[in-house]
Ligand binder design. Structure first.
Ligand code: HEM
Ligand code: HEM
Ligand code: HEM
Ligand code: SF4
Ligand code: SF4
Length: 359
């Protein structure tokens, strides 16, 4: 553990120096925090070697934050935690309190404003998501919409810490996967399933053809000199949308065929077991805004079979490793198809054919 904070940077580029913003109690006990206890869902107590105590109250945020929400958080922090709060990587907001008498009044105000307190210990953590239709150009599904629908359905698990283990659900709206979904217990990822449609005039006018060709990881794009454009070899295309990122006239979006794939069993390493990479459980469910009913039902089913069958302490992937993947597919009532067969071996021809890397 580090006992001397990193030196203040000598430039004004980048974020402000974090040490200046730490609560006094954290500065005084820097590097001396000894252990923490779970008081109840959403509330932790941290104890230092000097006997100092700090309490964390965690609330789920709506993930896309309005100015109004941030002001409400800031007002609550001024009132209860000396102006200190932090955001976690799972879109939670945490208030750091040195006076335990403030815990219950803070929780009451958070709940009254609609910000639920929970998500620690053996709870469902807040679902992390990417940008979706509100911002990103390459999204195969929305982000906040499906996450809201799934979280509404599973909400009970955010506030109770009696799951077999912690449950982390993530979503990313395309294969670029900003959401680190491969290391979550259950993950859903937006996928395209059709080759890009090429607007030849647009490519000719607006795109650097060598760049478009180089953007394809499988080498599926070749020049079409007649049209001053490009052609796609459909056999080789894996619908990744990379070409669309560099050339908007290679349209990858497809309202009917785009949808969501669901993965299970990923985690980062912890004291008990190593990291695990999530694997495909359901190749495709359709995009059905505004409430993504098929997705919600599929995820609840995946959660419930784990809740029913896992031993205490078993993360999703650890449970599947114990019972076996065959049994998992049977219990989840899912067909095992050619789509599920691991095609990592395809990385060899991928590396061989990419325009950037040859051997
Ligand atoms: C412990 C951490 C990680 C592990 C074990 C891991 C593992 C992998 C593996 C095995 C693949 C497949 C490679 C193949 O096609 O043969 C992959 C691909 C990929 N990972 Fe990760 N990854 C990790 C972290 C990340 C993170 C943090 C991100 C996002 C920032 C990320 C983004 C991607 C992307 C975009 C691909 C597809 C790359 C491509 O095919 O061009 N990975 N990862
Ligand atoms: C939680 C995940 C992420 C979020 C929410 C996020 C968000 C964003 C946003 C909002 C932009 C600006 C886009 C625009 O102006 O249209 C951006 C740009 C970018 N992001 Fe991310 N990002 C994430 C993860 C990543 C990862 C994992 C990488 C690479 C490892 C990455 C690399 C980039 C790059 C290269 C740009 C373009 C920068 C530029 O054009 O100057 N991002 N990201
Ligand atoms: C060496 C680099 C990295 C390390 C050591 C690292 C480590 C971690 C750790 C320990 C967690 C906590 C997971 C948990 O609580 O179960 C985490 C979560 C996460 N990381 Fe990273 N990370 C790295 C790079 C990245 C990058 C490049 C991105 C994307 C831009 C990323 C995105 C995320 C996200 C979205 C989560 C939340 C996922 C979750 O809670 O399951 N990480 N990371
Ligand atoms: S996952 Fe894909 S679509 Fe979603 S924000 Fe990231 S790059 Fe954009
Ligand atoms: S970049 Fe991706 S979507 Fe575009 S042609 Fe190549 S494989 Fe297909």
């Amino acid at each position: 553990m580090c006992s001397v904070p990193v030196k203040k940077p000598k430039t004004d580029i980048g974020p402000p120096y974090y040490y200046d913003m730490l609560p006094e109690i954290i500065k005084e006990n820097y590097g001396k925090w000894k252990y923490h206890e779970k008081i109840k869902p959403g509330v932790l107590k941290h104890v230092s070697e000097n006997g100092a105590e700090l309490y964390t109250v965690r609330a789920g945020s709506p993930r896309l934050l309005s100015i109004v929400t941030i002001r409400e958080y800031a007002d609550l922090a001024d009132k209860y935690s000396g102006g200190h709060l932090r955001f976690t990587s799972r879109h939670n907001v945490e208030f750091l309190l040195s006076d335990p008498a403030n815990i219950e009044p803070l929780i009451a105000e958070l709940e009254a404003k609609g910000y639920p307190v929970g998500g620690t210990g053996d709870c469902l953590n807040n679902i992390i998501h990417t940008q979706g239709w509100i911002h990103c150009h390459s999204a195969a599904t929305d982000a906040s919409g499906p996450v809201k629908a799934v979280m509404d359905d599973l909400f009970e698990y955010f506030k109770k810490d009696d799951l077999p283990a912690k449950l982390k659900i993530s979503m990313a709206c395309c294969l670029n996967m900003c959401g680190a979904v491969h290391c979550s217990d259950i993950a859903f990822v937006g996928i395209h399933r059709t080759v890009p449609t090429i607007d030849d005039a647009g490519v000719a006018k607006g795109c650097e053809i060598p760049n478009v060709i180089a953007s394809c990881p499988t080498g599926a794009i070749r020049p079409n000199p007649k049209a001053k454009s490009v052609m796609v070899n459909e056999e080789k295309c894996m619908y990744c949308g990379n070409c669309y990122t560099v050339c908007p006239s290679m349209k990858i979006m497809d309202p009917v065929n785009d949808g969501v794939a669901i993965f299970v069993g990923g985690k980062v390493s912890n004291a008990r077991s190593g990291p695990a990479f999530s694997r495909l459980a359901i190749p495709w469910v359709p995009n059905t805004p505004p409430r993504w009913d098929e997705l919600v039902v599929a995820i609840r089913n995946l959660v419930e079979i784990w809740v029913k069958d896992a031993r205490k302490g078993e993360r999703y992937g650890e449970w599947i490793e114990r019972i076996g993947w065959e049994k998992f597919f049977e219990m989840a009532n899912l067909p095992f198809t050619d789509k599920h067969i691991d095609d990592f071996i395809f990385s060899v021809p991928t590396f061989r054919t990419t325009t950037n890397f040859k051997y």
